[in-house]
Structure formats: C-alpha cells, structure tokens
Design a protein around this ligand. Structure first.
Ligand code: 2AM
Ligand code: CA
Length: 417
C-alpha cells in the first residue's frame, strides 16, 4: 500500500544521502546566496520520482528541483517532494535536514512524511489517523500563547528583508520564551508536532517545504495557516504560521493585524491618492456594478489606489457624510490579488486617512451575504450599526448569491476614529 511504499522509498533515499554526505559534490546557487542546490538534491529527487512513476504512472509529482511532471491543477493524486529540505544545513552542518514527501488526493493532503536523515527519525501522518514518530504515536500538542512558547524562526525575518517589515515579528521574538533558527521547514513542523517547539513562523515557503509537516501538525491538533491567518496555498510561495490554536490566534490578532501591522507587511505596497477615474474604473465597478453611482461617488469623494510593485492592485473611496462621519465605499482588490492581505492593508490605510480628516466615526456598508467582508470589517474594529432590509433588490441590483446566501439586506457598520 501507498504508505509502506512511501516509507520504503524515503528510507532508501535517506540511506543514499548518508552514503554521499561526506563525499565531494557540486554546489550551485539558485536564486540567492542562501538558496543552493547540490548534485545530491537532484539525484535524490530523481530516485524518488523514478520510483513513484514506476509504481504509480498516473500520479503527478511536484518536486523542488523540477525533475517532475508538474500538473496544471491539483486534481487526482499529487506528490510534493523535497529531496533535501534544509540544504544549507546539509552542506554546512551535515545534520538537521529532511526528506519531505506529501501525498495530496483531490486537493486534500492525505499523507505526510518527514524523515530526519541523520537522526533516523521518521515522522508519518495520515489524515484522520494521527501522527507517529518512528512508529510511536504522537500526542495532542499543548496550547501556548506567544509569551509561553518556544519558537522556531529564522533571524532573516527580523532583519530588513523583501517579505515583511522586521518590526512586525521582532516583538514575537522578544515576548516568547526563546527563539531558535533551525533552517528546515518540514523538520520544524515535525518537531512542532512532537512538542519540541511550540510555534514556527516563516515568510517564504513552497508546498514541498510545508505540505507534509502541515498534516503532521494538524493530526496532533495544531494549525498551519499563513501569517495573516488565511489558508496556505499549494500553488506557490506563502508565509507559514504554525502552532496550537491559541498560539496562531495570538500571533494573528495581537502581533500581525493589531495596530495596523498588516499595512507594513509588504514594503512594496503603496497606497496613494488617485488622479484618474479611468485608471480605477474597472476595480471600482467590481465593488459596485452600478457605474453611475460609482461615478457620482468619485466626484464627491476622494479615491485612493494601491500599487504593488508596478501593478495597480486595489482601490477605495472615502466620502464625507457630515463633519463627524466619513464613509468608506467601493473597496476593491484585483481578483488575482485577493487573499493576500491587500484589502486588510487598504482598510488600515483608509482608517488612518479618515482619522486625519478629523471625523469621529467611520461608516462602511456591505451585503448580508458578504460573510468574508463582515468578518474583515469587524476584525478592524467595526461594529454592526444598522440593517436596511431588501436594499439590494429595491435598488435594482441583479440577483446574486454568495456563500449560498441571496444578497438582500444592506448591513452598515461603524467604527470610532
Ligand atoms: P530548502 O533548504 O529545501 O530550500 C530555510 O529556512 C527553509 O526555507 C528551508 O526549509 C528551505 O528549504 C526553505 N527555503 C529556502 N529558500 C526558499 C525559497 N526561495 N523558497 C521557498 N522555500 C525556501
Ligand atoms: Ca530542498
């Protein structure tokens, strides 16, 4: 069966690495000084890919070194393979690196294997069946807040870097019991599942780094999400925040989203005053399909646009209702840029700008079926204020369903500034 096949395969690959580790091998640089690949990484991936293809010719394989058949989508069975996770450790320390293999069936991870090659520790998770370390069952992890957690995180993320402002994660390092940089994502997640660390944070992982470790953590009651508390993606780079439910909530709420920290998360995101309606028209009508209304709001209010690198990714408007009240309207994020916290950061920006106008309250209205938005506004401190029943059908909006709910009533929320 698949589990035994995978274990046998990983043990064989591990044996090969142990034989090669003291031999000389070629090292190449991939994207940067810390991103290296050796001949061994490639040879191990080749070995694993060959055996999977022989045993399961219809399965897809996504491997870090690209010796694989990358699927167009994640349907069917997909293997995520990192032949050596923690290549820098492999090269320099000759320990603390792992073979990481995950098996996904129809977009759900069913098996996760993380093998610490030099320690000969094999962590196995099967969805719904728990997790083991060398055959011994792992128990449910303990709940920790940041203040009583022992963490694993690379120092990179608290020094100037491309992914996050250092001031966001530095307080977590300061408040925790201790922080260690272990340098192999899959192993750090496996150790979390074994209770050896209480939290793991990184800003840059690929599915082959975390997919196996994520299932290990989940099978012992932990959570693995993005740093902003969103589900991690399997189609590209993501941040990873892992730990007990308590730890994950504590980090997202009190360190990342609190005080508008999310606004700084991408240093290359800027929000500035918009000067041309045509530039933002397509975005604004995503938020409100009634263009005449949008056009009128554009004339009476102020519009802001969000740029990520050179790309226009979002827009919103502020409309003054009276001396005390300012309304946020038509906040929109480009569809392929959604769920990347851009909306959150535009909202923080809007609140800051509204504060500067001297208004005392901020208003925002949305539909009863916009569950995500209702959550999003409440997280930013907005509270329910009023409901206008049947606002949408009465104002000529086309029948629309979101999350299985018909769009009917307009919900307005307010927040003190
Ligand atoms: P690797 O050794 O297989 O490249 C290092 O802190 C951790 O992040 C390791 O698990 C490492 O995996 C991973 N990592 C390093 N550089 C990365 C990159 N550019 N993209 C994704 N993951 C990376
Ligand atoms: Ca690797």
């Amino acid at each position: 069966m698949l589990e035994w096949f995978a274990i046998d395969l990983i043990k064989q690959a591990g044996e090969y690495i142990r034989l090669q580790i003291d031999e000389s091998y070629r090292i190449e640089r991939k994207t940067g000084k810390g991103d290296l690949v050796t001949e061994i990484d490639r040879a191990v991936e080749q070995l694993i890919v060959d055996r999977i293809r022989e045993a399961y010719p219809d399965h897809h394989i996504v491997g870090e070194e690209g010796i694989s058949t990358e699927p167009d989508d994640l349907k069917g069975t997909v293997w995520f393979v990192d032949p050596i996770d923690g290549t820098l450790n492999f090269i320099h320390q000759k320990r603390m690196f792992a073979i990481s293999v995950a098996v996904m069936v129809d977009e759900v991870i069913e098996y996760g294997f993380v093998y610490d090659v030099m320690a000969d520790e094999l962590f196995v998770a099967r969805r719904g069946h728990g997790a083991t370390l060398n055959g011994r069952k792992l128990t449910t992890i303990h709940e920790h807040h940041v203040r009583d957690a022992f963490l694993s995180m690379n120092a990179t993320w608290v020094t100037p870097n491309q992914q996050i402002a250092p001031e966001i994660l530095a307080p977590i390092v300061r408040d925790s019991v201790g922080t260690r940089a272990h340098g192999a994502a899959s192993l750090e997640l496996a150790w979390l599942a074994a209770g050896r660390v209480d939290g793991y944070i990184t800003m840059r992982n690929m599915p082959w780094d975390y997919a196996a470790g994520k299932l290990l953590v989940e099978e012992v009651g932990g959570r693995v999400v993005s740093l902003y508390g969103e589900p991690v993606r399997y189609d590209g780079k993501t941040s990873v925040l892992a730990g007990s439910e308590t730890f994950v909530k504590d980090v997202v709420k009190h360190y990342v989203i609190a005080k508008g920290a999310a606004l700084e998360a991408r240093p290359d995101l800027t929000v500035t005053s918009n000067e041309s309606y045509d530039r933002v028209r397509d975005l604004l009508v995503l938020a409100n399909p009634h263009e005449e209304m949008v056009r009128e709001q554009y004339e009476t209010g102020k519009t802001y646009e969000a740029m990520l690198g050179g790309e226009l990714v979002g827009a919103y408007m502020l409309v003054r209702r009276n001396d005390d009240l300012i309304e946020l309207v038509n906040i929109a994020v480009k569809p392929d840029r959604q769920n990347q916290t851009i909306g959150q950061r535009m909202l923080q920006d809007a609140i800051r700008r509204a504060e500067q106008t001297g208004a005392r309250h901020m208003l925002v209205c949305t539909g009863n079926s916009s569950i995500v938005q209702l959550r999003f506004y409440q997280q930013a401190g907005f509270r329910f204020d009023s409901v206008e029943r049947d606002y949408f059908p009465n104002h000529g909006y086309a029948a629309l369903e979101e999350d299985g709910l018909p769009l009917r009533d307009r919900i307005c929320l307010t927040r003190e500034l």
